[in-house]
Write a protein that binds this ligand. Structure first.
Ligand code: NAD
Length: 318
């Protein structure tokens, strides 16, 4: 088995590279280091089956040799990142996806698209089933990400139907774990960083908006199950346990033994009010469900951030 992971030096991509290597695969990790970096995969660099290639997927892309699997994960993913790189996000979601699909077709490889719960926008249906079409503002600030992923889903489906490519689409819900960047703007790393450094924990709005958070090991198992199947999807990969942002902030504060105060700040535009996957399809078609309870996953993540803090003396912006 020889696999290409686009965005392989990012948070999720680095775990996928690891999991593929563990399963005995050869891995080509392609990344332009826009929001990820070699640091995430440095522990894999001396493995002969692992190759890190710095390349922009939206530019000229060539991968010599055979490929059996393409996991297309390249894209800025956190709101802070995609608002900083709006055109890059649209470009990798559109042209980058076209290139990744072209490669999969050329090599007759299975292709898995990392889509997102953001395709549901601010959902009018709750919990979200794969049959729900979503509620996205096409000119809102988040549209650069949401619409890029919606386009990528459409393109993937078109390759399946008109080119016969073996494709799968996973709609990933909020995932957390070690290796998230402390300043990537997502709630969990932000709360943990604030809790560990004694800063106020900033909850947006009144904190009643919900998210369903999935520990990275679970998400990666779901993606691998999709990669090993021939299912087209789309399929939700996420943990259905729903928490309010205020509950999440309070849990993180307690688990890290922090005395940081909780502060309420303005809520960003078009921020979804609720988010919870219906994971019936993943259970039926992939035999997968999330297993790691939030308290355990959060404790592991806090442990990793604490080690980083001790190792570097600070949590940096990288
Ligand atoms: P990340 O930012 O850590 O990783 C994305 C990687 O893609 C980075 O290493 C970045 O440098 C790379 N990249 C961006 N543009 C590229 C380009 N043009 N060419 C090559 N590489 C490029 O984000 P992540 O959280 O690991 O997310 C990975 C994928 O999973 C994304 O496609 C994201 O949309 C999707 N996803 C993630 C989550 C989550 O909770 N983490 C949820 C839903 C979907």
């Amino acid at each position: 088995m020889r696999a290409l992971v686009t965005g392989g030096a990012g948070f999720l991509g680095s775990y996928l590279c690891e999991r593929l290597l563990e399963a005995g695969a050869e891995v080509v990790c392609m990344d332009n280091f826009l929001t990820g970096g070699p640091r995430n995969v440095e522990h894999l660099l001396d493995r002969p089956e692992f190759r890190l290639v710095e390349s922009d997927l939206a530019g000229y892309v060539h991968v010599p040799g055979r490929l059996d699997l393409v996991l297309h994960f390249a894209s800025a993913a956190s709101p802070v990142d995609y608002l900083r790189y709006p055109i890059e996000t649209l470009r990798v979601g559109s042209v980058g996806t076209l290139h990744a699909l072209g490669l999969a077709r050329e090599k007759a490889a299975r292709f898995v698209l990392a889509s997102t719960s953001e395709v549901y926008g601010d959902p009018l249906e709750h919990p979200q089933k794969e049959t729900y079409w979503g509620n996205v503002n096409p000119v809102g600030p988040r549209s650069v990400y949401d619409e890029a992923k919606r386009f990528a889903e459409s393109l993937t489906t078109a390759y399946r139907h008109s080119r016969g490519t073996d494709t799968g689409i996973v709609r990933i819900f909020n995932t957390y774990g070690p290796r998230m960047r402390p300043f990537d703007g997502r709630a969990i790393p932000t709360f943990i960083r604030q809790a560990l450094t004694g800063e106020p924990i900033t909850v947006t709005g009144d904190g009643s908006q919900t998210r369903s958070i999935c520990y990275v090991d679970d998400t990666v198992s779901g993606i691998m199950a999709m990669a090993e199947s021939d299912f087209a999807g789309p399929v939700n990969i996420g943990n259905p346990d729903e928490v309010t942002m205020l509950e999440l902030a309070t849990t993180i504060k307690e688990l890290s033994g922090s005395s940081s105060p909780i502060e309420f700040v303005e809520r960003p535009a078009d921020d979804p009010k609720v988010r919870r996957p219906d994971t019936t399809l993943a259970a039926e078609r992939l035999g997968w469900r999330a297993r790691v309870p939030a308290a355990e996953g959060l404790a592991r993540t806090i442990g990793w951030f604490t080690e980083e803090l001790h190792r570097h003396g600070h949590l940096d912006h990288a």
